[in-house]
Write a protein that binds this ligand. Sequence first.
Ligand code: MN
Length: 423
Amino acid sequence: MMLKANDPALLTWVNVPAGSDFPIQNLPFGVFRRGDAAPGLCSAIGNYVIDLAALASHGFFDDLQFDRQVFSQPSLNDFIALGKDKTRAVRQRLSEILDDDRESWDAKELAEYFLIPMAEVQLLLPVHIGDYTDFYSSLEHATNVGIMFRGPDNALMPNWRHLPVGYHGRASSIVVSGTPVRRPKGQMLPPGAEQPVFGPSKRLDFELEMGFIVGKNTSLGHSVSAAQAEDYIFGLVLFNDWSARDIQQWEYVPLGPFLGKNFASTMSPWVVTLDALEPFRVAGPVQTPEVLPYLHAGGDRNFDIQLEVAIKLEDGRETTVSRSNFKYMYWNMCQQLAHHTVNGCNIRVGDLMASGTISGPSSDSYGSMLELAWRGERPLPMPDGSTRAFIEDGDEVILRGWAEKDGVRVGFGEAAGRVVAEW
Ligand code: MN
């Protein structure tokens, strides 16, 4: 069944430039601040943010019966916690307000009160993230890394096709797009050396990922089934899991990622609802061997979302270094959530679950420099004549993502961060 807010025939009275990530069919949610004013919740259309508290103060949501204070908070958490019935009704109401054919609303005359040029506001981290988990769910990525570190004969560990491998990450260092990323320092073992050294990472990398925001609490001891998991997913973001490969490689045995990962992760400011992505649902890869029953989700659980990574040099020139797609994920979000909670681990509204690096089948679709430049053996050419095996100081890494079908493009904006040597 098609949600009314997703109708590709919907047109809006707001001027939306061609190719915009934010047509009337998207209506993502975020948090903004204008000047010194207190932060508040917003949506997006074209080049405007939609001030939700301003709309609420004019009575546009009065009949939906929730406390409109949720729109005057510094995060989406209280809004998300209203539940999908309410948040879905708000998105539907926004599509009615912005609809070119609207009959019952006087929104157009009030536009100056609730539409603010995006360039005039600061977009903030949209969610207070209590806990962050990172998975490792791309078969191509796991295979590439396995070949590099263990050789082609046992690239995948024996557990990989049986469960969505993951680890608990660090929420405190997740930053919104546009925040500079300081090159981490740490301990590493240089190639051929017998003793570790301390210094700035020489192998700073990005990881092209998407993440989903948990939309519903569970209580300790309870599990979410794979079939019901989408009820617990509010929406998706772009996510760059910055990784210092030299620090990571020296520290990760036997307990896994630590200081090579937790210095920063960059998230997009817009949370695109699972509802808005409904038209882009596709089947995932065939899973062999068959997974255990608790990991059976049934139906099409992947989403056709095109992904790109660009490196922007200090001189302003930008090169796209990867073109991938979220549909390549071997393990889907429902399986990740079912696995995460199968032991009774509770989840909370605002938790972030990231996909793991999303690599595609071809060498220009890999989701990290480690793979794109194959451990430094095939450096990528840059427009200024230099090459990149890893990310240099001054480079800005920009993730972009969008789904497109029937002339409608539902996009995520950007997750961008520039690497600096020092603050
Ligand atoms: Mn990762």
